[in-house]
Design a protein around this ligand. Structure first.
Ligand code: PGA
Length: 235
């Protein structure tokens, strides 16, 4: 059975003053699912007990002359057990390509982290009817050999739905997740991401091959994120 995961991606948000929200999320996290926050690296070591934590990306080397970068080993040393790889904002802002994402995923594994590998189509690709082909090619190019349900989670995040308030319809999510399930096997967790909120979470979690969500904006406050985690736990 895939693990159920409510994952928050704080992106480049969160000063130490935000640790109170993280504590409230830890205290209110429902049992029976993994509640996970991926804060900026600066906050990882200060995150409260009772929550799983993850990095948002990692360098492919363990150490070295790479100013400004953070290695998977450093994330693990700061308490992380997960690391997002291939987020579309990294692909867009830093030119990360499938081969880079594959190398980062392997680096995350080497450090003992579970990778949350993100894939997603653009609006243009969806409108051209290429969604499933694009996703299948991204997965083939970025999921390393040796992926298991223990070391990898796949997150489907349509680029047009991230931070836009436009959530994919349950039919669109179901079509993609059913195709992904056929590609990754029965046990790997499949998350949906893109404008998930308390108001739409339950409809998404009802779908058979959705095992949780990767949540950006609505993960910053406990009052927004806990109802999403609860909706997942209640499924
Ligand atoms: P959003 O971000 O929930 O703010 O749309 C999701 C993500 O990028 O992981």
């Amino acid at each position: 059975m895939p693990k159920k995961i409510a994952a928050g991606n704080w992106k480049m948000n969160g000063l130490r003053a935000a640790l109170g929200e993280a504590r409230a999320i830890a205290e209110g996290a429902p049992s029976g699912i993994v509640t996970l926050l991926c804060p900026p690296a600066t906050l990882l070591a200060a995150m409260p007990e009772g929550l799983a934590t993850g990095g948002q990306c990692c360098h492919t080397n363990e150490t070295g002359a790479h100013t400004g970068d953070v290695s998977a080993e450093m994330l693990a040393d700061a308490g992380a057990t997960y690391c997002i790889t291939g987020h579309s904002e990294r692909r867009a802002d830093h030119g990360e390509r499938d081969a880079d994402v594959l190398a980062q995923t392997e680096a995350a594994w080497r450090a003992g982290l579970t990778a949350i590998l993100c894939i997603g189509e653009t609006l243009e690709q969806r409108e051209a009817g290429r969604t499933l082909d694009v996703l299948s090619a991204q997965l083939a190019g970025s999921l390393p050999e040796g992926a298991t349900a223990e070391n990898t989670v796949v997150a489907y995040e349509p680029v047009w739905a991230i931070g836009t308030g436009k959530v994919a319809s349950p039919e669109q999510v179901a079509e993609v997740h059913d195709a992904l399930r056929a590609q990754v096997g029965p046990d790997m967790s499949l998350l949906y991401g893109g404008s998930v909120k308390a108001a739409n979470a339950a409809d998404i979690f009802e779908l058979g091959n959705v095992d949780g969500a990767l949540v950006g904006g609505a993960s910053l406050r406990a009052a927004d994120f806990l109802p999403i985690a609860e909706a997942l736990a209640a499924r």
